[in-house]
Design a protein around this ligand. Sequence first.
Ligand code: G4P
Length: 530
Amino acid sequence: MTSTASEAARRRTFAIISHPDAGKTTLTEHLLLAGGAIRAAGAVRARGENRRTRSDWMKIERERGISVSASVMTFDHDGKMFNLLDTPGHEDFSEDTYRTLTAADAAVMVLDAAKGIEPQTLKLFEVCRLRDIPIVTFINKMDREAQDPFELLDEIAGKLALDPAPLYWPAGSGNRFKGMIDLAGKRFLPFTPPREQEDGHPAPVGLGGDALAAFLNEAEQAEALEGAELVQGASKPFDRQSFLEGHMTPVFFGSALRQFGVEELLAGLGEYAPPPKSVKAVRAGAETAVEPSDKEVSGFVFKVQANMDPNHRDRIAFLKLTSGRFQRGMKLKVQNTGKQLSVNAPTMFFASDRELAEDAYAGDVIGIPNHGVLRVGDSLSEGGLLRFAGLPNFAPEILQRVRVKDPLKAKHLKKALESLAEEGVTQLFRPELGSDFIVGAVGQLQFEVMADRLREEYQLDVIFEASPFAEARWLIAAKAELEDFAGKHRSAMGTDIDDQPVFLAKSAWEIGYVSERFPKVRFERSKERA
Ligand code: G4P
């Protein structure tokens, strides 16, 4: 018999974070392969191509050959149910990426062994740290010339303030990559280069005796064994509690492309990554904690995506379940609105294709088709009384002024911009003075997605222009302080989509300057939606 608690306990919901080109797509593919979700590498991309031809407004995705939207893939492997949240991985990433991380219970940080920690890895890592998401490290591309593994570990410790705990130790890299030592299991996992690789890599061998000599010559053996001994002496042993609390990261090595080290990573995720945890919420004004094993079904919407069919204004809301046993046909209520939804056609996203979900548990993500009823940050539950802390908005890094070419359509533009902002595509700010719309995003690509959607879905041709503002911060202060501040900075005041006050600054320097003079006003980089 399955219980809600034991089903939730076997869920592993995770995302992959990396800098572009570190190998996220390749690793995704090979994790699905290792998990038995797909049969051949390349399927992820093929499916992507398929999807692209069906989706019209995603033309941009096709033209650029990148994935703009995030989805989730589910597979059952070795007694665990894995939900892999796909975070878009382009130089220009968006709030979607950040928000997807709010639904992850763990993250795999992929590093290119030759490059170490790159700017976007760092940025995404910071979001994970903010949300207390434990991180598993995968050092990829060991089949290419790599940095000294000791230096890579030092970089993790230095730049991320995380204790790296290697579970494996590589023998060489590039042409001299021979495999890796399983530090706990005291075995050697041989790597075979592709030319000689027919039936995968050879079976592991013990560390002593002749078996190892078949793969490593004397000098290589000495180097690998010494390295392993040294690293074990120099680093703290892996401690799961410390990992779960965000102080330590277990480190795996491998080559995603050559399907080496991927099974070990998946096993590590199954064994060490956490199941969904209890989530803080408010029920009828009182704080409470929602446990995955609770009977009442609940969850929160972390992403809304326009449906593939441009003729319908359908949206799919992605709901991360936080408790209970969800069953198809169930009625869920949206907190604070009294809106009720019969969830008759929820989708689960198995790698092979979408399937109707019959039941799902805490940790799982289901897609709920709706006509714009559900918004990012909504809390859903059977009773309708639960509200989870809102999903944060992040201060945009680029602000632009948007204008519609046909001035008669200004009203229409306002509506369209509001609806895209509600969906979380971009943020919308109204300066107190003037009639401009200022649109904010964390990446340039978001503006293109927006222009494309305004044209396709709302028949609006827009122009983006340089904005007089470079930075936005949410203002938090007592009423009197806020009024005093706003009175003195009228030309820099604005409001966001929820009418919250925002300081629109010409530079980061200005924020520092002004905030020093108004110590009682807080200038926030992120905002939790009420
Ligand atoms: P991303 O999603 O993080 O942006 O990276 P992606 O997986 O697309 O990988 C970027 C490039 O690195 C790809 O090469 C991919 O084949 C290569 N790669 C990924 N993992 C490994 C690995 O373990 N070893 C080696 N040697 N290469 C790896 P590409 O030439 O840019 O693209 P493609 O034509 O191979 O698709």
